[in-house]
Ligand binder design. Structure first.
Ligand code: HEM
Length: 174
């Protein structure tokens, strides 16, 4: 069974870990009432995680454009192969759309991002009371689409592993 390349495997699991952490921190931090030091710290960590996701997503896309993934087993029905490609395409879009929307939301809210507290990142828009609620909603909505796509993605992986037993899931394991 052909496998993914090692950089593709490493980037897949690293991104999975960082995205799950950013998501969990995101839903936790917004539920903290008031503006406590802990909440502000979580916001910073959330942004740093998200910016790291964006940087790794760029690397991942470049690697993907230069390296085709292994072909699906011929026994896999055409509609499943098409849906898998569509879902993977959507996940690629979301690993950019989610952090970029968060980044612009932060700028619209008037809080430029200082990566890891040392590296000021480009201020690509002025603070904007009009755009702030729109971008907040966009960031939230992209996250809900990401959650749905993630559930389908994990569900499909488990089906390959335990129902089809076709070795597809093993191709992305280290
Ligand atoms: C993979 C990357 C990211 C994920 C998975 C993610 C996920 C989330 C989630 C789940 C929430 C909670 C939404 C809610 O329940 O209202 C949230 C909120 C937030 N995110 Fe992200 N985010 C990411 C990247 C970023 C980045 C890069 C920034 C900014 C640089 C950012 C800034 C924010 C801010 C400021 C909030 C708080 C929204 C509010 O004020 O209620 N996020 N994020």
């Amino acid at each position: 069974m052909p496998r993914y390349t090692l950089p593709a495997i490493v980037l897949h699991w690293l991104l999975a870990l960082l995205i799950i952490s950013a998501f969990a921190l995101g839903v936790t931090m917004v539920d903290i009432p008031g503006l406590t030091p802990t909440k502000l710290r979580y916001f910073s960590w959330h942004k740093w995680l998200g910016v790291t996701v964006l940087a790794l997503a760029c690397l991942r896309l470049l690697w993907r454009l230069a390296h085709r993934p292994p072909a699906y087993p011929s026994a896999m029905p055409g509609w499943q192969q098409k849906s898998a490609k569509l879902l993977h395409g959507l996940l690629y879009v979301l690993i950019f759309a989610v952090p970029i929307s968060g980044y612009f939301y932060s700028l619209a809210a008037g809080v430029p991002v200082v990566y890891l507290g040392v590296l000021p990142l480009p201020v690509l828009m002025e603070p904007s009371p009009e755009w702030k609620p729109v971008l907040k909603q966009v960031h939230y909505s992209f996250n809900m689409v990401l959650l749905g796509a993630f559930i389908l993605h994990v569900g499909a992986a488990l089906k390959h592993q335990f129902i089809d037993r076709d070795g597809v899931f093993k191709r992305i394991l280290p």
